[in-house]
Design a protein. Structure first.
Lengths: 273, 273
């Protein structure tokens, strides 16, 4: 069973796509073809989107699903005249909000997801630069500025999580790979122990680590189950002894790891997207 | 005017927060205090969330706004018994979808935003590693693998856009800073001209570039309006002559730049989030 899904937005459509992805993943037996139509910010473009929906309806022989986030009522009306099942995420919730708050919304396109104020724009860019400059233990000299320092063995998701924390939340995240020579006597490197409260550990099941490492360096010592078991056991014993909070990332997405870090370390967002 | 907003999700809550941010930005006169309650995946946690909402209602003296994405009906029912205005983004759209598709949803928590299959997980991680390894012209030897190569003067958003393309879409994005010595005779460096079809230019208004550069190096030649004007004019003339598509990023968010690149270059997502 196949069905075409269209995303129609006056901005990027990323919000609509993300929510729709979560909804559509509930219908496992259906294969969804996805089409993103971003930046639909004029009546002309809304009418072009409507024609596209109608073409799809004709070709497919079934009603296309349309997820939209259109602030402007006239554009939404144009879309709703199409042959698709139009679910507008903006309109659905703006009315109850207006009623509860007792004020009309400004109905202005592009209030969010813009560059924001110069301050928050700068906070986000700074966080990205910080994550890049303090990735993988390149340097340990900026840890006084860090909001969090992710630690763990190689390939547990430290780099993607640091970048996501920066892009999504504007948080200053460094990361440091724990490798054996650093921990000869089982004690943390001084650069880390000085900032113990900022440390957060990412661990993993040895067999999952073996899988991930094997993609990169198959049949190596580095990717052997024996080595993975050894490293994970060693690092987790340090986490426990030093009182460093840690999570098992084996079945977690980058978003889930990042959200858990935010929650556990009680970090404040510096940027809203 | 102040109002507390709570996000309650069985996963990260990022989708609910993003859509809510876009909705709430329509009410400029209201200051919203935001509380994220992620990973509410048991009745016990849903009841704790409900108690939290009720406390906020008592303290604030006005109804809290609650955006939720709860797949499980029992958890949602617990939340709806609270004193908040509960808007469940999942429930609102799952019913019309079930009706249109003629099948019941699986109602399983955590189908999306998980690690996905090993293939898509790996595609996303590979894209992140690619963006890191091919940032800022560090190397030009992997351009045959690139989906897109972003080019432009320094501080036009190339690095954040590359990382976002990787994290959000799993796309292989390199970026290369166009600096004057590279273009002595106004021709593109060979590493770039070999891959002309993959090039996408990020440009910017000289005065906006001056602002951004001044944050970093105030009162320098680098951040002077004269230098910014000179570089932008020079690079845009190359873009035009070489037929490289380019956009003005001055008032665009990272999401908007990335979406425009995807659309213009007709890039396919390798990863869905």
């Amino acid at each position: 069973m196949k069905r075409t899904v269209l995303f129609v937005s006056d901005r990027t459509g990323i919000t609509a796509e993300t929510l729709a992805h979560s909804l559509l993943s509930q219908f496992e037996s259906v294969e969804f073809d996805k089409i993103n139509l971003p930046f639909v910010d004029s009546l002309e473009k809304a009418e072009a989107a409507t024609r596209r929906i109608n073409e799809v309806a004709k070709t497919d022989g079934v009603t296309p699903l349309v997820f939209s986030t259109l602030v402007d009522d006239a554009l939404r009306a144009a879309l709703e005249a199409s042959d698709g099942l139009v679910m507008d995420m903006f309109h659905t919730f703006i009315r109850p909000l207006e009623k509860e708050l007792g004020i009309a919304s400004s109905h202005a396109v592009g209030r969010s997801h813009g560059v924001g104020s110069d301050t928050t724009y700068q906070a986000r860019i700074d966080a990205i630069n910080y994550a890049m400059a303090n990735d993988d233990g390149i340097t340990t000299s900026n840890y006084d500025k860090a909001d969090v320092i992710l630690v763990g063995v190689s390939r547990t998701g430290k780099t993607p999580t640091s970048l996501y924390l920066a892009l999504q939340f504007g948080v200053l995240s460094a990361n440091y790979p724990l490798i054996e020579q650093d921990m000869g006597d089982d004690s943390l490197p001084e650069a880390l122990s000085e900032h113990r409260a900022k440390l957060f550990g990412l661990s993993i099941l040895p067999d999952r680590l073996r899988q991930i490492r094997s993609e990169r360096r198959p049949n190596s010592d580095y990717s052997s189950l024996r080595q993975c078991e050894h490293e994970v056991r060693h690092v987790e014993s340090i986490f426990r002894r030093e009182g460093i909070p840690f999570i098992n990332t084996s079945a977690m997405s980058i978003e889930e790891i990042a959200t858990t870090v935010m929650e556990h370390q009680r970090l404040e967002r510096r940027w809203y997207g």
